[in-house]
Design a protein around this ligand. Structure first.
Ligand SMILES: NC(=O)c1ccc[n+]([C@@H]2O[C@H](COP(=O)([O-])OP(=O)(O)OC[C@H]3O[C@@H](n4cnc5c(N)ncnc54)[C@H](O)[C@@H]3O)[C@@H](O)[C@H]2O)c1
Ligand SMILES: Cc1cc2c(cc1C)N(C[C@H](O)[C@H](O)[C@H](O)COP(=O)(O)O)c1[nH]c(=O)[nH]c(=O)c1N2
Length: 182
């Protein structure tokens, strides 16, 4: 069962901060680590949900696997846990307000009404103009501090045509263009 993959095999028993290193120090440092911005979506028996995530990266290409870190206190956590499927929609230039909408405190219907969606293999919402979307099954999960690390095997991919990407760096969005052809 996919939902049994969630939060098994914890790697850290607590979310404590080491002496001398404050949470704010860590966040200020992490703000310097630029990252792609993604909207992670799910749909299934527990309903449709989505949230903005920068804690996403590639794990292995055999089998094609990404990881997504999800705070267990997020309102969307129960839906992701129960559905066991998700889509990683990588945002492109122009998606800043969509990222803010999915970044919390907005009713779920309002989040999804702000963009156009389709679906592929798992039924998770696929953002029409994403830079790329990875439709995935959650195959394993582990708990680390406040978050679950979800290991997500891609079962289908939709590559978009966006010319410019979007990066979150220093608490701000930055549009990045592909290098010019010479
Ligand atoms: N990994 C995450 O959970 C994560 C990542 C980015 C932003 N956020 C949330 O988005 C909001 C705005 O973030 P911001 O970047 O503008 O300023 P911020 O000062 O809250 O965060 C700075 C950086 O610290 C890291 N971070 C923030 N909260 C974290 C958490 N709970 N667990 C692990 N890493 C975390 C991220 O890399 C983030 O870019 C905050 O509520 C923040 O909690 C969460
Ligand atoms: C740029 C940026 C990046 C992230 C986030 C926010 C923003 C603005 N958030 C927070 C997350 O989107 C937010 O907690 C969810 O939308 C859930 O909020 P609600 O509990 O539904 O209000 C977030 N949360 C998370 O669990 N993992 C992550 O990687 C990120 N990354």
């Amino acid at each position: 069962m996919l939902h049994n993959a969630m939060a098994s095999n914890p790697v850290s028993p607590s979310a404590s901060i080491p002496p001398g290193l404050q949470k704010a120090d860590y966040r200020n440092a992490m703000a310097r680590l630029g990252a792609a911005v993604n909207i992670i979506t799910t749909d299934g028996p527990a309903g449709r949900a989505g949230f903005t995530a920068s804690a996403v990266c590639s794990v292995t290409d055999e089998p094609p696997t990404l990881l997504v870190c999800l705070n267990r206190s997020a309102s969307v956590y129960p839906a992701f846990k129960a559905n066991g499927v998700l889509c990683v929609n990588v945002l492109a230039a122009g998606h800043q307000s969509l990222s803010a909408l999915f970044g919390g405190r907005t009713p779920m219907d309002e989040r999804f009404a702000a963009a156009r969606w389709s679906s592929k293999t798992t039924g998770s919402p696929v953002l029409d103009d994403a830079a790329v979307s990875f439709d995935c099954r959650v195959v394993h999960a582990t708990s680390a501090g406040t978050h679950d690390v979800l290991f997500c095997e891609a079962v289908s991919i939709a590559i978009g045509g966006a010319a410019q990407g979007l990066i979150y760096f220093d608490r701000q969005y930055h549009e990045i263009a592909a290098p010019q052809q010479h």
